[in-house]
Design a protein around this ligand. Structure first.
Ligand code: GLA
Length: 583
């Protein structure tokens, strides 16, 4: 495919003036069997390029492993993009933000207590270089200079919002080049951060959602010549637990697009298709207040979470048609959807009975952090003995992120990081009672200095002022549920952390949305595939079930309910419910 050049008067593709019309589509947030469909719809909207980040934390789950399997088959994604005739902007981080767990930085980096992320610290750079050593051989054949679709590669991500150490950016740029990246590099920053986030000799681009003229002017000021590009046009936004569902009117976003195109700028929609934070992969923000991002990454984008065109798709297509060539084809219709009412979850496996099947206990004088335990995602169960009977005041200095407290197996309260909860009063029934604290990693922070976000319990845990110990810490990553032993249950209601399982029959797979009315909080799996977290708190009230995780005939639904449920049934519906739009 064609090679991109950066000239004083703009981009050129094989020598011809070229405008990048791109959209974000993160392969790791979309089922691989749906990549081709989403890419095709990108081209039909009038895009000539797609943009994707690369999530270091999933590709290299441990320092000594690297995978490009399944959801992480980046080479296949790049091939499919090329087949669709699309170029690619590749954003390999190492930090990606993206409302993704830890901004894509692997949690094992944080096992080192001295680790300084996004810096020139040798230990950090060594890890970054190790990642690039593993990633780039898989990517190099897809660079435009070798006939592939990758036009350009981004260095870091909005680094100017984090620091000003040019030596760090320089290291990254050199590391890419030394490993064979010979397509143009670029940086992307918000208007006020363009100076700190850029690197001389590397194209600067700007990110914004509105005030296009100001954003582009800020870019022009720092970069008097060369292409004008908005590398992230935020045409929608993400949601957080406890908030509302954010939407942005199509006409408003289309007007900003028009303004940019009229100014001659190139653009990449953030997002074209957001997809889903499946499993435990959502990130969080913490600018003084911890706020976890929800499971859906619908983003109110041109394609919704299920890959169906929204009014924004049509509105953008209309604008794009005025500035470039849009394929002469109708807007694709929504895909088929499946409904299965009343799925009975009549098998149960209480968490307390399943512990040995889920993780190995580690003993110590203090509770161990998730990273010390070598664990990335999920929960840690801590336990210690209460020395005496009677009133107890439990003090947890640092809770990351949500601690459910049990005494002799009975729930006595919840402490949440986002509420700044640290103390809990209860009555210990006896000397020697067992205190259990089940701590959920609700998603590592993906923005700002708070990315140094270690999970678990920290600091001396005390009861009535006296430190407790010894402790056992048990990682519960829930990456496999195969060891669970379920028993039939007829109880009308469900209390306490427990897995529940049921089966349902379908004729043919199609996309669907899992609704869990009456359930409180937990995760849900279909045929062993972790759909993500649900929480009655909202705003999100349904979980997207991609057709490829279903199969004709019998299917299995498993729910981990952390609290209680008023029913034992769940429902697959044709429509999503991402929650109310306003407070
Ligand atoms: C910034 C980041 C993106 C994303 C958006 C908000 O622009 O670069 O990764 O986090 O904010 O969705």
């Amino acid at each position: 495919m064609a090679v991109l050049d950066i000239t004083d008067d703009g981009f050129r593709l094989d020598g011809q003036p070229f405008r990048i019309l791109s959209g974000g589509l993160h392969y790791f947030r979309v089922h691989p069997e749906q990549w081709a469909d989403r890419l095709h719809k990108a081209r039909l909207m009038g895009l000539n390029t797609v943009e994707t980040y690369v999530p270091w934390n999933l590709h290299q789950p441990r320092p000594d492993s690297f995978t490009t399997d399944g959801f992480l088959d980046l080479p296949r994604f790049l091939e499919l993009a090329a087949t669709e005739g699309l170029h690619v902007l590749l954003r390999p981080g190492p930090y990606i933000c993206a409302e993704w767990e830890g901004g894509g930085l692997p949690s094992w980096l944080l096992a080192d207590p001295e680790m300084r992320l996004r810096s020139t610290q040798p230990a950090y750079l060594e890890a970054v270089d190790g990642f690039l050593d593993r990633l780039l051989p898989a990517v190099l054949p897809y660079l435009a200079t070798r006939g592939g679709p990758v036009l350009a590669v981004q260095v870091e991500n909005e680094y100017g919002a984090y620091g000003s150490d040019t030596a760090y950016l320089e290291h990254l740029a050199q590391a890419l080049k030394q490993r064979g990246v010979d397509v143009p590099l670029f940086t992307a920053d918000q208007p006020g951060d363009l100076a700190d986030g850029g690197l001389d000799g590397v194209l600067r681009t700007v990110n914004f959602g509105g005030r296009a003229a100001q954003g582009l002017a800020a870019l022009r000021e720092l970069q008097p010549q060369g292409p004008l590009m908005c590398a992230e046009f935020w045409n929608g936004w993400f949601d957080r637990w406890g908030g509302v569902h954010t939407v942005r009117p199509a006409a408003d976003a289309a007007a900003v697009l028009e303004e940019m195109l009229a100014a001659g700028a190139s653009v990449s929609f953030y997002m074209f298709h957001g997809g889903t934070n499946f499993g435990f992969t959502n990130g969080a923000n913490d600018k003084g207040l911890y706020r976890a991002t929800v499971t859906s990454y619908d983003y109110d984008a041109p394609l919704d979470e299920a890959g169906d065109p929204t009014p924004k798709y049509a509105a953008f297509r209309e604008v794009l048609a005025r500035y470039g060539e849009v394929p002469d084809a109708p807007v694709p219709p929504p895909g088929p959807k499946l409904a299965v009412p009343g799925i009975a979850l009549d098998l149960t496996a209480p968490l307390w009975d399943a512990l040995d099947a889920l993780g190995e206990l580690v003993s110590g004088e203090r509770p161990l952090g998730m990273e010390e335990l070598g664990q990335a995602f999920g929960f840690v169960l801590y336990s210690a003995t209460l020395p005496e009977a009677g009133p107890a005041l439990l003090h947890l200095p640092v809770v990351r992120d949500r601690a459910q407290v049990f005494v002799d197996g009975q729930p006595v309260g919840v402490l949440e990081r986002e509420n700044d909860d640290h103390a809990l009063a209860f009555t210990s029934p006896r000397a020697g009672a067992e205190l259990r604290i089940l701590v959920e990693n609700q998603g590592r922070v993906n923005y700002g200095q708070a990315v140094h976000d270690r999970k678990g319990l920290f600091g001396p845990v005390t009861v009535n002022g006296r430190p407790l110990g010894p402790w056992s810490s048990r990682p519960l990553p829930l990456d496999s549920l195969s060891g669970l032993a379920f028993v039939p249950s007829t109880a009308a209601a469900v209390v306490g952390p427990a897995f529940h399982r049921g089966e349902f029959e379908i004729e043919a797979p199609a996309d669907s949305h899992l609704h869990l009315p009456g359930w409180t909080k937990g995760n849900a799996w279909v045929n062993g595939f972790n759909l993500g977290r649900y929480w009655s708190r909202g705003p999100q009230r349904s979980l997207y079930v991609p057709a490829p995780v279903l199969r004709p005939g019998r299917n299995e639904l498993t729910v981990l309910e952390l609290h209680a449920s008023t029913t034992r049934s769940a429902e697959l519906r044709q429509t999503a419910d991402l929650g109310p739009l306003e407070d």
